[in-house]
Design a protein around this ligand. Structure first.
Ligand code: B4P
Length: 192
């Protein structure tokens, strides 16, 4: 099994690149953002709790997100590997993920960190907000709050994986195909 973490600030291209990576490598895509939005659309209690945080640009509590990922791992026992998109976003989530994978005698193969300037992030998310219908993409203050949450709580997750020599930084600005090719080059080098 080969597992990938695709990491980066909001709007860095995680969702965009994930679609291409799962098609190429046959991995199961686990996006906590997508899982949470599906709970919101289904109006579940978990979704209603998550919405109150997401609408303000804040992270959803760790126990909610970790529970969701644990269930998703158990629901896919035959997966070739997982592509984690938008997870882990805190140190507690990273430690929980390591433990869950260890129980399956497995571990993260590579941690790919997309790097994009803040101006570009804001521009992309406001642009997506024109068509996505996502309430967290339409208000610039909420977008800035999401970026601030990333800087305060999420960026340090890379340090956790640096100690295991898993982290590779990738420039996340440029054409989608060029970024995809850069990601594939690093994955192929670690897979073989
Ligand atoms: P997510 O759903 O993870 O969304 P995201 O970080 O905003 O977006 P992503 O990075 O995938 O978007 P992409 O660049 O592909 O999170 C939403 C919220 O859910 C969080 O704020 C939080 O509240 C909650 N949440 C999720 N996971 C959580 C967790 N683990 N713990 C706690 N809370 C959690 O797309 C952005 C735009 O850029 C698109 O329009 C795309 O077309 C464009 N784009 C992509 N690549 C481009 C390129 N190379 N050039 C130009 N534009 C590009």
């Amino acid at each position: 099994m080969f597992h990938i973490i695709l990491f980066g600030p909001p709007g860095s291209g995680k969702g965009t690149q994930s679609e291409k990576l799962i098609a190429t490598y046959g991995l199961k895509h686990l996006s906590t953002g997508d899982l949470l939005r599906s709970e919101i659309n289904n109006k579940t209690p978990l979704g209603m709790e998550a919405k109150s945080f997401m609408d303000k640009g804040q992270l959803v509590p760790d126990e909610v997100v970790i529970g969701m990922i644990s269930s998703a791992l158990d629901a896919n026992p035959n997966a070739k590997g997982f592509l984690f998109d938008g997870f882990p976003r805190t140190q507690a989530q990273a430690e929980a993920l390591d433990k869950l994978l260890k129980l399956k005698n497995s571990e993260i193969g590579i941690f790919l960190a997309l790097e994009v300037s803040e101006d570009e992030l804001v521009k992309r998310l406001l642009n997506r907000g024109l068509t996505s219908g996502r309430s967290d993409d339409t208000n610039e203050n909420v977008i800035k709050a999401r970026i601030a949450e990333y800087n305060a709580k999420t960026s340090a997750v890379a340090d956790h994986y640096k100690q295991f020599d898993k982290v590779v930084k990738i420039k996340g600005e440029g054409s989608i195909d060029d970024i995809f090719n850069a990601l594939c080059k690093e994955i192929n080098a670690r897979m073989n």
